[in-house]
Design a protein around this ligand. Structure first.
Ligand code: UPG
Length: 579
């Protein structure tokens, strides 16, 4: 927590050590000076790890290392770590996967959730908060609504399984100055999407002072302290400060899932992931995907020192190539499989709560920071723009004890990873594009695959086709949305399909309820908004489609449509509200 050892702040105190910030006050009025002191005092009280003085001291050390070009991986050799691979023969549809899911379903009643949603999404350039983006147009649900529905579906299963009808699965949401007000607004306006207020904790992360040179002199703009985000690693200190892991551990809760703002797919595999955590006794379990070389996805490595001791940890995408340059591979390149040999970190992390609580108590939850200044000159004497210290949530292994089991669960990308991070111009140049269209296509593809797997040979879905909007191309087939209430795992969904199901490429199928399907022949649009059993059914109608929004109309559309360039146009839709 705050600055236990710092003197109370004043203009005079800030001139002296350990601060050395006299430059801030040049040319300012007394009123402006006092405003700066008040602002820095506030930050001093909130900055974990020794307040403002601690922050500046760490910054001076890290900036000196950056200037000296010190390699943070000096003396460490990367190796591919050990983990559980639930792909191919052990992927969804296999007995191994089914066994992990069953084990994980037993853990649901002891699971907690934490959404990190403090990021502004600078690369995306979206005007609102990312959890308020519509995930796909078939149901029209935002990411936040979808996350709430998953938690409620897991909760409903857990209540039945545990016989505790008042059981609530907690959700913590990390916000920041950039996202806090809009997050609260979104939740309040939608009655917390069915979650109870008591099960949700909002934890706001604070911005940190921006630094203008390697002496860690704080940048001042228009008479005010310039501030920047500190990174998603703050989630650990915040969880600790709010006393959550300790409280959860005392309530007998075992697992905490940390997840990101625009990726709903891991909820589809959560049971299998929890099963792996439980079976392998992982204190931290990172969900990973086969990683494309140079992709903006970190790589999980086992970093071994000279004594042979190793730590399994993410190496961030911008550091992976320099690290691997020193290995026989010669850089961030593919192996014979076409992918990087290092599992791709998607920052979906499962922690064992009692151990996490203990590690947070002994460290205050402060994950080591780093700095990434953009130098303006070859001598590294100036920055292009002010920089700041940052930290990452996946660096938790640095807070762990040697005996802690840290591992990963490799999943197919389709079952675990999508995201909306890039604006359209950048998305058009990237593979994968990681934009609204690609995420929507991934969600449909995941649902189609789950339905096929759940049908165990009885479900036939036509192949997808390429579609393009605003220069982005994605493969979209039948737009199938299985809401969380349809099934919380593949094992659960297997019990819901009794007949033969056939779905054409142009079709739309929304199942929002605990539905059992018999024979279904769908060529058009069908929306099932009820619980119960659907008898044999043939649906043939002109359905709905995704259609380009004309250029002249685009600017007047809501932001979720502007970042797409297309909308859902429904001609003829069969909707069933009672079964
Ligand atoms: N976030 C915060 N606070 C911050 C910064 C980010 O809450 O100060 C949240 C953000 O809202 C999002 C998550 O953290 O939910 C991740 O942020 P993002 O900017 O999307 O992260 P990236 O730089 O793209 O990289 C992260 C991991 C990387 C991983 C990748 C997968 O660092 O290792 O491969 O996510 O999408």
């Amino acid at each position: 927590m705050g600055a236990l050892f710092s003197k109370s702040l004043s203009v005079e105190a800030l001139f002296d050590g350990p601060y050395y910030q006299g430059h801030m006050f040049e040319g300012l009025t007394d009123e402006q000076k006092q405003a700066i002191v008040a602002d820095l005092s506030d930050m001093d009280a909130k900055l974990p790890g020794g307040g403002l003085a601690g922050y500046l001291q760490r910054a001076r050390g890290l900036l000196a290392d950056a200037k000296a070009g010190k390699n943070p991986f000096e003396g460490l050799t990367p190796e591919v770590p050990m983990g559980e691979r639930l792909t191919g023969e052990t992927g969804p549809g296999s007995k191994t996967y089914a066994d992990f899911e069953k084990k994980g379903m037993e853990q649901l009643s002891k699971t907690c959730f934490c959404l990190v949603a403090g990021g502004l999404g600078e690369r995306l350039g979206y005007p609102g908060i990312k959890i308020g983006i519509t995930a796909e147009l078939t149901s029209g649900m935002t990411f936040m609504e979808l996350y709430a529905k998953y938690i409620l579906a897991f909760q409903s299963y857990a209540r039945q399984a545990s016989g505790n009808s008042s059981l609530e699965l907690p959700l913590a949401i990390m916000t920041s100055g950039d996202t806090n007000a809009k997050t609260l607004e979104l939740l309040e306006a939608n009655s917390y999407f069915g979650l109870s207020k008591s099960q949700v904790t909002i934890m706001k992360q604070e911005l940190v002072p921006a630094l203008m040179d390697i002496d860690a002199r704080i940048a001042v703009k228009d008479g005010q302290v310039e501030k920047k985000p500190h990174g998603h690693g703050d989630v650990h200190a915040l969880l600790h400060q709010h006393g959550l892991p300790r409280k959860w551990a005392s309530e007998g809760r075992e697992w905490l899932l940390l997840f990101q703002d625009t990726n709903p797919l891991p909820f589809r595999s959560l049971c299998a992931i929890l099963g792996v955590s439980a079976a392998r006794n992982f204190v931290m379990n990172s969900v990973t995907v086969p990683r494309l070389p140079a992709e903006a996805v970190g790589g999980i490595c086992k970093l071994k020192d000279a004594s042979g001791e190793g730590m399994t940890i993410n190496v961030e995408y911008n550091q992976l190539d320099p690290l691997l340059k020193t290995t026989p591979a010669g850089g961030d390149v593919a192996d014979a499989s076409g992918f990087s040999p290092y599992p791709g970190n998607i920052n979906v992390l499962v922690f064992r709560v009692p151990d996490m609580a203990e590690r947070l108590e002994s460290t205050g939850g402060i994950v080591p920071e780093f700095v990434n200044p953009k130098w303006a000159d070859a001598e590294k004497s100036k920055f292009k723009s002010p920089t700041r210290l940052e930290c990452m949530m996946q660096d938790f292994p640095r807070l762990c004890k040697k005996e802690d089991q840290v591992g990963f669960t490799q999943l197919e990308r389709l079952m675990s990873f999508t995201c909306v991070k890039n604006n359209l111009a950048d998305a058009a140049k990237k593979n994968p594009p990681d934009c609204a269209l690609s995420a929507e296509a991934d969600i449909y593809a995941c649902n189609a695959r789950l339905l096929e797997l759940a049908g165990e040979g009885k479900v036939k879905i036509a192949q997808p086709k390429d579609v393009s909007f605003l220069g982005i191309t994605a493969s979209i087939g039948a737009r199938i949305i299985l809401a969380p209430s349809f099934g919380i795992s593949l094992e659960d969904m297997k019990t819901k399909i009794k007949g033969k199901v056939s779905i054409s490429q142009k079709s739309e199928l929304l199942i929002d309820g605990n539905v059992t399907l018999n024979d279904l022949d769908l060529d058009g649009a069908l929306r099932l908004l009820a619980d119960g059993e659907l008898g044999s059914k043939v649906v043939k109608n002109s359905g709905s489609q995704l259609a380009a929004i004309p250029d002249q109309e685009l600017k007047s559309q809501e932001p979720s449509l502007q970042i797409r360039g297309y909308r859902r146009v429904a001609a003829e839709v069969e909707e069933i509200k009672k079964l």
